[in-house]
Design a protein around this ligand. Structure first.
Ligand code: SAM
Length: 403
């Protein structure tokens, strides 16, 4: 029975991809699956909540909505939180934390709002049982989320615990690793399926590993624990059945996957991460400069990458050498040599391939002297980016003439 109102949060720009994923995983559609700002809303079952935690690659959290009320001040928040039957969800033996997010809220302090909601939850338990549960802001057993708009407050209980991009396989990371959920969004946006996939600036291997897990039918949540395990409705036999089904769905990869990076340290990280993620056999990682590496497979495929960019990490390799002597890390902060050289290398050697490049630089296509065939807005944390698609047509038909 679809008796719960769920909200699956995701990064801005990912909502439609997440709705497609939820539909594929649960079969929900129509009024039971609505796309909102920063997430999707579902009418679904408790089992669906567990299933989505285990299988969603794009959601950040799976939240159960428990109330939605108008408010004007902190007292209204206290009243709203007092009216929720928290005792259905947890006991006084669990510690809890309130997390408040807001959009155009008139309240001056979200900390004070959180405090009032915390008091309301604890007071309700004290009235019912004489005991107050402990609040714990560092390692809570239970997380309650409050989302405030100008005049409405929505209260949720979190079934995920740690955010879902924490898959449990990443121990080695570089300076600018992509969140796993964003890597999954890049893969979803590209529509990749059954052709060779290559990330020539793979860093710690996030895109390749996410793709390989999907190709091998490995559930992204198979290595981690979830918040729902500490909630009262949790039934171990339901969860174990879902885990067994996920195990049984594993298969051989449907396509070859490759990653390379100019930094051998990164290649080493990527290999170790792939090992932990259970996909070491499904990916070939190599060292090498993206400006020199030739296609890793005979048949054309897709390249998916977030290349180095100044704000967080600079390009390295041959691009910088010669500009100011033999430098190890490349040239200008904005990669002004790297990108035209990369485009020239692709035009010459990668005809038939499609490249999807995530960048915060909205002028990247003109910098590369390529015309993009699509641009998808995506957010890398607080950084607004575009995912550009470049089709490396034979003879560079889509290439812009050099300025
Ligand atoms: C933004 S990071 C990629 C992060 C990666 N997606 C991850 O999740 O860890 C860019 C990567 O490009 C690599 N890089 C820099 N210059 C390169 C070059 N010329 N060829 C190949 N890789 C390069 C850096 O070593 C870095 O790992």
């Amino acid at each position: 029975m679809n008796q719960l109102q769920l909200f699956l949060s995701c990064a801005a720009g990912v909502e439609d991809f997440l709705a497609d994923e939820v539909h594929r995983l649960t079969g929900l559609a129509g009024d039971d699956l609505l796309v909102g700002r920063g997430g999707v809303q579902l009418r679904a079952s408790w089992r669906d909540a567990l299933l989505l935690n285990l299988h969603s690659r794009l959601a950040q959290r799976v939240l159960v909505q428990l109330s939605h009320t108008p408010y004007r001040n902190e007292n209204d928040l206290y009243e709203a939180a007092s009216s929720v039957a928290w005792e259905i969800w947890f006991t006084t033996r669990q510690s809890f934390k309130i997390e408040v997010t807001a959009q155009h809220s008139p309240l001056t302090s979200l900390n004070f709002a959180a405090l009032r909601i915390k008091d309301a939850v604890a007071d309700r338990f004290r009235h019912k049982s004489g005991v107050r549960p402990d609040a714990d802001t560092t390692f809570p057993d239970v997380r309650v989320h409050a989302h405030l708009t100008t005049d409405e407050c929505t209260l949720y209980i979190d079934t995920s615990g740690e955010p879902l991009f924490k898959r449990g396989w990443r121990e080695d990371k570089g300076e600018a690793p992509l969140k796993e959920t964003l890597a999954a969004a890049i893969i979803a946006a590209s529509g990749w399926d059954s052709v060779p996939l290559y990330d020539p600036c793979c860093g710690s291997g996030t895109i390749a590993i996410e793709a390989a897990q999907a190709a091998c039918g490995i559930a992204p949540g198979s290595l981690r624990r979830f918040g729902f395990e500490k909630l009262l409705p949790f039934q171990p036999h339901v969860w174990e059945a879902l885990q067994r089904q996920a195990e049984a769905a594993r298969r051989s990869p449907s396509a070859p996957i490759f990653g390379s990076d100019v930094a051998f340290r990164m290649v080493d990280f990527a290999q170790r991460n792939a090992q932990r993620a259970g996909v070491a056999e499904a990916i070939q990682f190599r060292g090498g400069d993206a400006l020199q590496r030739m296609p890793p497979s005979n048949s054309a495929g897709v390249m998916l990458l977030n290349p180095p960019y100044g704000e967080r990490i600079e390009a390295a390799g041959v691009a910088g050498v010669g500009r100011s002597g033999a430098r190890e890390s490349a040239q200008t902060d904005d990669g002004s040599d790297f990108f035209p050289q990369l485009a020239a290398h692709w035009k010459k050697n990668y005809s038939g391939w499609t490249a999807w490049v995530l960048s915060p630089d909205l002028k990247l296509p003109s910098r590369m002297r390529l015309k993009e065939s699509r641009r998808v807005p995506l957010w890398n944390g607080p950084i607004e980016c575009r995912l550009f698609r470049f089709d490396m047509v034979k003879g560079s038909a889509r290439a812009r003439p050099a300025a």
